[in-house]
Design a protein around this ligand. Structure first.
Ligand code: G6P
Length: 639
């Protein structure tokens, strides 16, 4: 959600900032901008000045404009925005400027024509922005945007006394909410200051020993540097040519470890695919194989966290002490949790509650210290999921585990145990391979819990693992059904509504299918547990209503067939995803795609793939922006 890149260098860093923004664009794409210490025009007073360029088109357009206008400078900041406060408009785009308080008698036009003194980019939300705005207005500051961000830049300006680091440190003490920021001051041309609280920020150390960078995600710096320092909550960082230092919340200088982060630039390239979502759908066999790599037996140690814990805090002891599971997640990850509930209760015989993180964090609930709290998150940075975890911890639930795709994320750092999926970077806003790898991780977790509780014989474990190892091939075979799905998509492209039905663990699969369709095609799609059809949604069914039904050959198939009859009797058109051995055939108003196998408990992982393809091809047919659907963002790091 929003992206930040900043650099201090000796070369022109505008192309590099734009390239970094392009890598972060999937996180927010309402507007973008760049600001640099630009050299004065020939003949002007020597020195430097802050110059910026902002736009509401895509980053590529910003790059072209920067080039055509000759914007250049060796110290700069850049931002791509997902709007929270204020519409996606140029005036609200970052970087923001402070030109200092307006002297008495100066009109608005003159005030806005003054050179900028401070410029800043910000990710997050400032909760006390109204109070700060009132205070700064009273002190003569002139606001040009509706953003919460603008208060920070004026606040820093008001506190500046020749030392940008000191001004930022003083300013962040006044902020409530979440932020990562990068700031420049007119009078300090080779200095970039950053700070973070509740929103990620990393420092990148340049290979030449001089250049240094800031970014909200190391990926922005792929190909530029692989030497990364992950800043911690409350840190401020002073970035200069050839040097940098980090100051912790208490004002003391601290050494944060420098990590070598694998270059991910290749992973962010599209290759032969038309969209990242398509690429990521087709990467699923590999992503699942990588996620399962090395799983020879389901041992609780698979769930050890990346950091060291005191003896006795290991997964085995935790799993044996667990008598309940609480899953916390948002979006697609929440649906993965809903599938896992079926597995956990059936196989590990543990009561399981699945909660939407933004609901759980604010409701009164009954804590049980023997609960295993499981967060599911692709990014590991989702604000609501992190807050829900902290809420559970504050209620005394200390057994925490995350199924997460980013090993360096806040979530992995904050949970005691982690299973890091290996989906690889996911760029498409609509999650696909992250979901199926989460499911693989959750199935392993189920088996590990069952094993720790003495519920799994060796033969059962071997059978489950055999089925898991067959998943990559099963997914490959399902991907080969793409041409059949495309014929469905052509029909869906003309629709404005769709229903999705499923039963048992395929109900959350239907929900995920409906979410995919609405996210990227803007077709209104609802999912129902098929048994609920007659309690309301049947009223919507006419010949104009396509009804997608996930119908594997499981114990509920006969019940589901009755639900399908209810739809057909009202003229609804059925699109059925069946297993190889499901006895349903295409007919009038009944379209069947038969998956090549029968997948048992793992069926949810396989059956979601044609639903992803359906959403994808319907979006392509409707001409929407598949990878960057309107109003959405990839990592929701604000509440
Ligand atoms: C956003 C994304 C979704 C994702 C959700 C949760 O809404 O667009 O694809 O499922 O956030 O994100 P997480 O990173 O916590 O899985």
């Amino acid at each position: 959600m929003c992206g930040i890149v900043g650099a201090v260098s000796t070369r022109n860093i505008v192309p590099l900032l734009v390239q970094g923004l392009q890598r972060l664009e999937y996180r927010g794409y309402d507007s973008c901008g760049v600001a640099v210490h630009a050299a004065e025009a020939a003949g002007a007073v020597p020195g430097t000045r802050l110059k910026r360029l902002r736009g509401i088109a895509r980053v590529a357009d910003l790059g072209a404009q920067a080039e055509s206008q000759g914007l250049a400078g060796s110290t700069g900041i850049a931002h791509t925005r997902w709007a929270t406060h204020g519409a996606p408009a140029i005036g609200n785009a970052h970087p923001h400027f402070s030109r200092g308080p307006v002297p008495a008698g100066m009109d608005g036009e003159q005030a806005a024509a003054r050179p900028a003194r401070v410029t800043l980019v910000h990710n997050g939300i400032i909760e006390n922005h109204e109070a700060l705005r009132a205070e700064l207005l009273a002190r003569g500051y002139f606001f040009t945007s509706q953003t919460d961000t603008e208060v920070i830049v004026h606040l820093i300006d008001s506190l500046y006394d020749g030392d940008l680091l000191a001004a930022v440190q003083a300013a962040v003490k006044r902020l409530r909410g979440s932020y990562s920021i990068a700031v420049l001051h007119r009078d300090e041309p080779q200095r970039l200051v950053g700070a973070r609280e509740g929103s990620p920020l990393v420092l990148g150390i340049g290979a030449d020993g001089k250049e240094n960078f800031l970014a909200s995600d190391a990926m922005a710096l792929a190909g530029v540097t692989d030497q990364i320092v992950y800043l911690e909550e409350g840190d401020t960082v002073d970035v200069q040519l050839g040097k940098h230092w980090v100051v912790a919340r208490d004002g003391q200088a601290v050494q944060r470890p420098v990590r070598t982060v694998q270059a991910m630039s290749g992973a962010a390239e599209l290759g032969p695919y038309r969209h990242y979502m398509q690429k990521e759908i087709f990467e699923q066999p590999r992503a699942i194989a990588d996620t399962l790599e090395g799983v020879e037996a389901v041992v609780p140690e698979l769930f050890e966290a990346a950091r060291n814990h005191a003896p006795g805090e290991g997964a085995h002891a935790t799993f044996r002490a667990t008598d309940q599971v609480l899953i916390l997640a948002c979006g697609t990850s929440y649906y993965a949790g809903c599938v896992a509930k079926y597995w956990l209760e059936a196989i590990a015989q543990l009561p399981c509650a699945v909660e939407i993180a933004s609901e759980y964090r604010y409701r009164e609930s009954v804590p049980n210290p023997r609960t295993l709290v499981v967060t599911i998150t692709q990014s590991g940075e989702t604000a609501d999921t992190l807050a829900a975890l902290r809420h559970a911890q504050s209620l005394g639930m200390q057994h925490t585990l995350t199924v997460c795709n980013v090993a360096t994320s806040a979530m992995v750092r904050e949970c005691k145990l982690a299973y890091v999926t290996r989906a690889g970077i996911e760029i498409g806003v609509a999650s696909t391979k992250a979901f199926t790898t989460q499911l693989a991780g959750l199935f392993l977790l189920t088996l590990a819990l069952a094993q720790a509780r003495g519920l799994l014989t060796e033969a059962q474990e071997a059978e489950h693992l055999k089925a898991m190892r067959q998943l990559p091939n099963a997914l490959q075979a399902v991907l080969a059904l793409e041409p059949q799905v495309i014929t469905w998509a052509e029909q869906f492209a003309a629709k404005e509504n769709a229903l999705f039905l499923g039963r048992g663990l395929h109900y959350p699969v239907a929900q995920e299918g409906a979410l995919k369709l609405k996210e990227i095609t803007y077709i209104h799609a609802e999912a129902y547990a098929a048994g609920e059809l007659k309690h309301g949604p049947l009223a919507l069914v006419t010949s104009a209503m396509p009804v997608v039904t996930v119908a594997p050959n499981d114990a509920l198939l006969e019940k589901l067939k009755s639900n399908m009859q209810e739809v057909r009797a009202r003229g609804g058109v059925l699109y059925v995803l069946a297993d190889a051995d499901t006895h349903i055939d295409s007919g009038d108003g009944l379209h069947v795609i038969r998956l090549p196998g029968h997948y048992g408990a793992l069926s949810a992982i396989v059956h979601v793939v044609p639903l992803q393809l359906l959403a994808y091809h319907t979006a392509v047919a409707r001409g929407t922006d598949v990878d960057k659907p309107r109003n959405l963002a990839k990592s929701v790091t604000v509440e």
